[in-house]
Design a protein around this ligand. Structure first.
Ligand SMILES: O=C(O)[C@H](O)[C@@H](O)[C@H](O)[C@H](O)COP(=O)(O)O
Length: 240
């Protein structure tokens, strides 16, 4: 397992510009090599800033968003048109603007199934449209060290025989979510953890410490096949 790389940028704006630029470079390189790259987006504040930078920077690149397969590492299990949905936020921030067409939203609560049944059923979609692995999985990190919807001390941290799991008691509202599991998130060439602000400094330090547990700090459970990179601003890196 590769040692995480750490990049520190002056502030959230510089961080978001860097992450967006790096993602576009990875996508352009993958497409130039004849691949149709798969990525997993995340929700949250810095993710939204990255998405807006993707909308701004993408037109100046060779990236063909009709040849990118887009997933989410997690989403809230609420109605599809709920403003809380990570998918809706990303569509509005950049996916619609760049013309992405291969977009696979995680199930929403108005799909008819309960959260566990919906998670299990969606695994068929992943099998049908998923490639061998993601090119990049982007993740935010919570103040408690959660990534996606994998929260400290929760049973979903232990699940290794599933791609997706339901969450009914998320400590971060809303309570119901669907999340990729660690094995599924880690089937990625690159896993990027993106953090901005003093409020994440303790979680980032716990995630990168020499010792610690995944149970206490779930971010310690994600690692890419080729690389794991923490993209931070100075405030989020202040306890390193
Ligand atoms: O659905 C979610 O809420 C996200 O997937 C979650 O994992 C998020 O990325 C972190 O909680 C960071 O969120 P902030 O950047 O808003 O702190």
């Amino acid at each position: 397992m590769s040692t995480p790389l750490v990049e520190v940028h002056a502030d959230a704006a510089a961080l978001a510009t860097t992450v967006a630029g790096e993602l576009l470079t990875r996508l352009a390189d993958a497409q130039a090599a004849g691949h149709v790259p798969q990525i997993a987006l995340t929700g949250g504040t810095i993710a939204e800033t990255v998405h807006r930078e993707l909308a701004r920077l993408s037109p100046g690149t060779e990236v063909d968003w009709t040849r990118v397969v887009v997933w989410w590492g997690d989403d809230r299990f609420v109605p599809a048109d709920d403003p809380d949905r990570n998918a809706g936020q990303a569509r509005r921030a950049f996916l619609d603007a760049v013309g992405a067409t291969q977009v696979h939203e995680l199930p929403s609560s108005d799909g008819g199934d309960d959260v566990d049944a919906a998670a299990l059923a969606f695994e068929e979609v992943v099998h049908e449209h998923g490639a061998g692995e993601f090119e990049v999985v982007m993740l935010g990190i919570g103040p408690d060290g959660h990534v996606a919807s994998l929260f400290p001390g929760h049973p979903q941290l232990e699940v290794v025989d599933r791609i997706l799991v339901g969450v009914t008691d998320s400590p971060k509202p809303p309570p119901q979510r669907i999340s990729f599991t660690f094995p599924a998130l880690n089937r990625s060439r690159s896993v990027w953890v993106i953090a901005s602000g003093e409020g994440k400094a303790e979680a980032v330090a716990a995630a990168l410490a020499d010792t610690g547990s995944v149970t206490d700090t779930p971010a310690r459970g994600v690692h890419g096949i080729a690389e794991t990179t923490y993209f931070l601003d100075r405030a989020a890196a202040s306890h390193l």
